[in-house]
Write a new protein. Sequence first.
Length: 340
Amino acid sequence: MTGDLTWPGLGRALLVMALVWWAWSAFVWTANADDPNSGIVRAVLLLATVLIFITALALPHAFAAGAVLFAISYAIVRLLHLALYMDLWRRHLATFSAIAGFAVTVLAGMGLLVAGAFAGGLWLIGLWAVAAAIDYAGPGLLTRRRLVALQAVAVEHFAERYSLFVIICLGESVVAVGVGAAARGLDATVIAGATLMLLITIALWWAYFDRLAAAAEDGLRASTAPVLAASDAYSYIHLVLVAGIIVFAAGARIAVGRIDAPLPLAASLAFGGGIALYLLGVVAFRLRITQRLGVATVAGAAVAAVVAIAGVNAPAWVEAVVLLVVLAAVQLLERRSAWR
């Protein structure tokens, strides 16, 4: 994303991010349904780890020379996940009808993914986008009624895994800030800028973990349809949260390197727009799992979007300070509302 901070570059980055996210999320569901101490589960997870590492090596070149390697290694990971579900059916821990409907969309999506890799060019992007759409539609739309029959939800395990993923992504944003600072060289200005970025990252952490993560876990435990609630709130809506963090990280990496100068429009949109997207994810997550909107967070997302556009007229440190104030105000207002 930082190498090609354009709308097409953003689209390509989000497309491969959506694919990798879906593979990870799929294994969360499987681990939730099976015994993690099972020899079969451990063997498949270890093999999938090797293959997803190869996928990651190919990912920076996924739309060029690495397309075939990315698609094939990724497809095998998804087929390994499907094999685990078939093993669950064999041991009478899941229904065949639910797995069959899910398998059709996985096989169709992976077929298009590999075909697109060999086709290349615009065909690659088009087929991969269709593959992702089919893959996401599988459990969410086409087989939604059967999803309930697929498995139960171990609430604590399930919520913890997604919370850990948010922490990992926030940690990657800290790494991005460090890379941006190192590229310019350390001085008082860069250190101050990096500190601002770290404070913003802490504020993003606070928005999720202060009360929302625990409230969401309680809401999932009390839900009358926990499988559907978990699918919507965690597997789907958390993708928006993760995308927001990654887009913000790309903008922050550029911003810290030129903290005393105005940002180009693309970098400013990534910087403030990523925060706005993250806050919208927080709103959607809270609304789905706790039935509470969070007006302050909605307002904060709108203000962050405005700052992202207007920030090109001010030094990056000014934009960072304003965004930090917005995030702090959102949390203070949300806390006051919860107290009332």
